[in-house]
Ligand binder design. Structure first.
Ligand code: NAP
Length: 291
């Protein structure tokens, strides 16, 4: 078993970006500026946003963190997004999901200027991605493609099973893996909660991307010998032995599955840091496009 180390690969990408930003500064150009909106008191969301802000600092980007109470109205949030859309200093906007129940996620995502939509969730960016046009690709699947590229894995012609069909992870992942790109060119099966005989699909897969959000769902008996396994899931489980009171589990029963894999991502330290690296790459490109 070999580890697809997202921490290591993301550091290499961040270092590349840091040098590019330093070059921009030397040329008198503006540095990329990410605006992140965090709503409410969800501990996991706060952790993700602060990791993104910290990564901006490490790479020489500017970042602005905007916090709102859980009770914020949709109208106020839309007004803030409009303000950021028209602010010439802001290159990228992200609204940390999930949103409170009284706010329509679709309305918020669609309100972000597609040119500043560095999370790649806007229908225009998703549509362009489907057609293979240049676009901002959703950060998690983009990060996974960057990880495969970093380790130079040749996945052409392989059978990939993606578990989960969300608009932000599973569905774009299935499209990217099936694209006529390098890495890419997989034959893809997209599974979800209504899939019959999921274990059989997984057993036939050369590559499995587990993105369903069910801790340790993928067991060793569901995985073919020498498969490549990418674990997207993050679930917090109570653990009194940890200072934080919890630990993170992926969607893969790591210990047992790793023994059968050729390559596997850990949780934490796999897809998570790659998601942030991909977000920074999108933000950098958004900045360059606006020169
Ligand atoms: P989501 O919107 O809840 O989607 C989950 C998907 O999994 C749905 O399509 C659902 O099917 C499917 N599913 C649920 N139970 C299943 C089962 N028993 N068998 C087969 N499919 C099943 O979740 P998401 O936003 O895509 O996130 C998935 C996981 O990735 C979560 O743990 C999340 O925290 C994590 N995540 C991690 C990162 C990162 O940076 N590492 C980024 C984003 C998300 P239906 O469509 O039929 O309901």
């Amino acid at each position: 078993m070999k580890l697809l180390d997202g921490k290591l690969a993301s550091q290499a990408i961040k270092e590349e970006l840091r040098l590019l930003v330093a070059q921009r500064v030397a040329e008198g150009k503006k540095v990329p500026h990410l605006a992140a909106i965090l709503i409410g008191n969800n501990g996991a969301s706060a952790t993700y946003v602060s990791a993104k802000v910290k990564a901006c600092e490490e790479t020489g980007f500017k970042s602005t963190l905007i916090k709102f109470e859980e009770s914020i109205t949709e109208h106020t949030l839309l007004k803030k997004i409009e303000e950021l859309n028209t602010d010439p200093d802001i290159d990228g906007i992200l609204v940390q999901l999930p949103l409170p129940a009284h706010i329509a996620e679709e309305k918020i995502i669609t309100a972000i200027d597609p040119e500043k939509d560095v999370d790649g969730f806007h229908p225009i960016n998703l549509g362009k991605m489907v057609q293979g046009q240049a676009s901002y690709i959703p950060a998690t699947p983009y990060g996974i493609m960057l990880l495969l590229a970093h380790y130079q894995l040749d996945i052409t012609g392989k059978h990939a099973v993606v578990i989960g069909r969300s608009n932000i992870v599973g569905r774009p992942m299935s499209i990217l893996l099936s694209g006529n790109t390098q890495p890419g060119n997989c034959t893809v099966t997209l599974c979800h909660s209504k899939t019959k005989d999921l274990a059989r699909h997984c057993q036939e897969a050369d590559i499995i991307v587990a993105a369903l959000g069910k801790a340790e769902f993928l067991k060793a008996e569901m995985v073919k010998q020498d498969a490549i396994v990418i674990d997207v899931g993050i679930t917090r489980v109570n653990d009194a032995s940890k200072k934080s009171g919890f630990r993170l589990l992926g969607d893969v029963a790591f210990e047992a599955v790793a023994k059968k894999c050729e390559w596997i991502t850990p949780v934490p330290g796999g897809v998570g840091p790659m998601t942030i690296a991909a977000l920074l790459k999108n933000t950098f490109h958004a900045c360059v496009k606006r020169d």
